[in-house]
Design a protein around this ligand. Structure first.
Ligand SMILES: Nc1ncnc2c1ncn2[C@@H]1O[C@H](COP(=O)(O)OP(=O)(O)OP(=O)(O)O)[C@@H](O)[C@H]1O
Length: 275
């Protein structure tokens, strides 16, 4: 059997808070094979973004292992991490806030290439233009600034920037949540086609079960820092084993929380009701 591309074992993440520590992720283990997508779901504050930050090593876990292609990065020093950082990248929820407003789209996408040691500016810009084309933006986008793009287009620039360093793992933290439903569907299609082409592995954080159903092969459900259920997307969404997952699914079916689901998702989600 081949080893999973990402293997997380007994991950614990603590935050320092006044008077002590707060355990945001408590003994969480999961794995995902190369070229597959795992979704992380759960209510607000359950620890989804903290898992993303730990995978990116933006926070240092208190304990546990994060094996990326066989290398444990959980406790690695920044100096040792630096050459590996291009392997794992992140796409954020806010496509505007995460892009430098003073740079053009081409400069934004070219920047990671500088960090990777591509010395020639012409070379960096050529590669950025290729990536901008790959994410479906027209060539005339190259000289524009973030303010001149729509939310969906900005998210495409964020994806192109994340792909510039040819990562093997992309963590998408609510990457489509700020987008309206049709644009959300386009960005999901884009992510899927990139995965088909490159074999990239995704960790997809979302509160939207419709989106999760669309993109992921497996789902892990978090509650108050703990992993409560983990299985294939079909199993977790159609035949959840845990009450908490059933509650999340019911909440997703509630018309007041349906905003953000495209009609196809609503139909599918409703179809799940009888399952
Ligand atoms: N820097 C921090 N210091 C202290 N506590 C934090 C910090 N960041 C997050 N937390 C706490 O850790 C818990 C998990 O937060 P996290 O952002 O991972 O949740 P989440 O599931 O991503 O939530 P949301 O869906 O609202 O983004 C929350 O209780 C949060 O208040």
């Amino acid at each position: 059997m081949t080893k999973p591309f990402l293997s997380v074992e007994n991950l614990v993440v603590d935050y320092h808070v006044p008077g002590g520590t707060f355990r945001a992720v408590d003994d969480v283990s999961f794995s995902v094979d190369k070229g597959k997508t795992i979704a992380v779901v759960g209510e607000s504050g359950c620890g989804k973004s903290t898992i993303a930050k730990a995978l990116m090593r933006l926070v240092t876990p208190a304990s546990g292992r994060i094996e990326l292609d066989g290398t444990d990065i959980a406790a690695m020093s920044e100096a040792k991490l630096r050459p590996l950082r291009s392997k794992f990248q992140m796409v954020f929820q806010d496509p505007y806030g995460s892009l430098d407003p003073h740079l053009t789209a081409q400069e934004i996408v070219a920047e990671p290439l500088k960090l990777q040691g591509v010395r020639s500016k012409a070379e960096r810009h050529k590669e950025a233009a290729k990536l901008i084309d790959q994410v479906g933006l027209p060539a005339k986008s190259l000289d524009r600034h973030p303010a001149e793009f729509s939310g969906g287009q900005r998210q495409r620039i964020g994806i192109a920037r994340a792909l510039a360093s040819k990562p093997e793992l992309l963590v998408c933290d609510e990457a489509t949540s700020a987008l309206d439903v049709s644009v959300q569907a386009q960005v999901l299609r884009l992510l899927k086609s990139i995965q088909d082409e490159t074999g990239i592995t995704y960790v997809f954080i979302s509160h939207n079960l419709g989106v999760v159903q669309e993109i992921s092969d497996s789902v892990m459900v978090m509650q108050r820092g703990k992993l409560v259920e983990h299985g294939t997307t079909a199993q977790v969404l159609t035949a959840p084993r845990e009450d908490y997952t059933r509650k999340l699914r019911r909440a997703a079916l509630d018309p007041s929380t349906m905003r953000g689901l495209k009609p196809r998702h609503v139909v599918r989600s409703l179809a799940l009701k009888g399952a």
